[in-house]
Design a protein around this ligand. Structure first.
Ligand code: ATP
Length: 283
């Protein structure tokens, strides 16, 4: 892996064996990303879109990030993970705050700190949802950062750019995001429309809130393919349990099917099952 300004760039070591269920998504990604990377001539013959964009949407913890990593691994493509989270706009040394922590009390404490440090003007835009890598209070800097992420992806293509929680930088114009988010959205549209320049750069975005996203980004040619990643059903929970305990020393008497069918597992998603498996092996 090569070290870049925003972090490590590498081919993920997550494979489809680590993913339980979600076979239809695997097929779709194979046809649109993996096959064109592995057999570019064939993909050209069949007229496969050379710069597709995907939106994975659905409840948290159901495998959106995992799928994107498995696709990159299967295609042997580089993977850039851009994690979008709640931040308070405070210039280059921004404070990153995760969603659950956002509370009125926290806002007040930070407001006081900002006020005392002379950065009170940053209170005006209030809370923004901006990717920390993209955040900069100076006009044009955020767009520049986004451009540089795409340019980095081009230089190490084939590359999958994965935008986690994309809704945070693509809310409808003039709505909850504020000016910086509006500018970032416009820049993102420009990058996605990037013609031949985008060749070899595959964009996958994930969100739990597709409804708040600007329609312009959801158009064909941008993030035009929308795929629902559902919470697992009983059968899928068993597949997930099998995937999660694949390399673990599992006693022959353990019946993963019965566990998946049990009442206790009825509403568990992949992330919950992962926690459960990890806990079981620690006991
Ligand atoms: P969020 O929307 O909160 O980002 P997500 O949908 O991206 O969540 P992941 O981060 O991919 O969810 O999943 C969290 C963890 O749960 C994964 O690291 C994985 O271990 C486990 N997991 C989720 N879904 C599956 C699955 N289908 N098969 C195997 N493991 C899974």
């Amino acid at each position: 892996p090569c070290l870049t300004r925003e972090g490590f760039l590498s081919i993920p070591n997550v494979t489809w064996d680590d993913v339980g269920g979600l076979d239809s998504l695997r097929r779709e990604f194979y046809n649109n990303i993996v096959a064109p990377i592995i057999c570019p001539d064939l993909a050209k013959k069949f007229g496969v879109d050379s710069k597709p964009g995907f939106l994975l949407y659905g409840p948290p913890g159901c495998g959106k990030t995992l799928i994107a990593q498995a696709v990159a691994n299967e295609a042997g493509a580089n993977f850039i993970h851009i994690k979008v989270c709640q931040v308070f706009e405070q210039g280059p040394g921004c404070v990153v705050i995760s969603r659950p922590l956002r509370s009125i009390a926290l806002c007040l404490v930070e407001s006081v700190l900002l006020f005392r440090s002379g950065l009170w003007h940053n209170l005006l835009p209030a809370y923004h949802c901006i990717c920390p890598e993209l955040l900069n209070k100076y006009v044009g800097e955020s767009e520049l950062a986004l451009r540089s992420i795409f340019s980095r992806a081009r230089t190490c293509s084939p590359c999958i750019l994965f935008f986690d929680e994309i809704d945070a930088i693509t809310t409808k114009h003039g709505k909850e995001g504020g000016l910086v988010v509006d500018r970032l959205l416009t820049q993102l549209l420009i990058e996605l429309d990037g013609g031949d320049q985008r060749k070899g750069v595959y964009v996958i975005a994930a969100t739990n809130r597709p409804k708040v996203m600007d329609k312009a980004i959801l158009r064909p040619g941008r993030l035009g393919t929308h795929m629902y990643v559902p919470p697992p059903n009983q059968e899928e929970r068993e597949m997930i349990l099998k995937a999660l305990s694949r390399n673990k020393p599992l006693d022959a008497s353990v019946n993963l099917g019965a566990i998946a069918r049990s009442k206790a597992c009825a509403n568990l998603n992949g992330a919950d099952l992962k926690r459960m498996v990890r806990f079981s092996f620690l006991l």
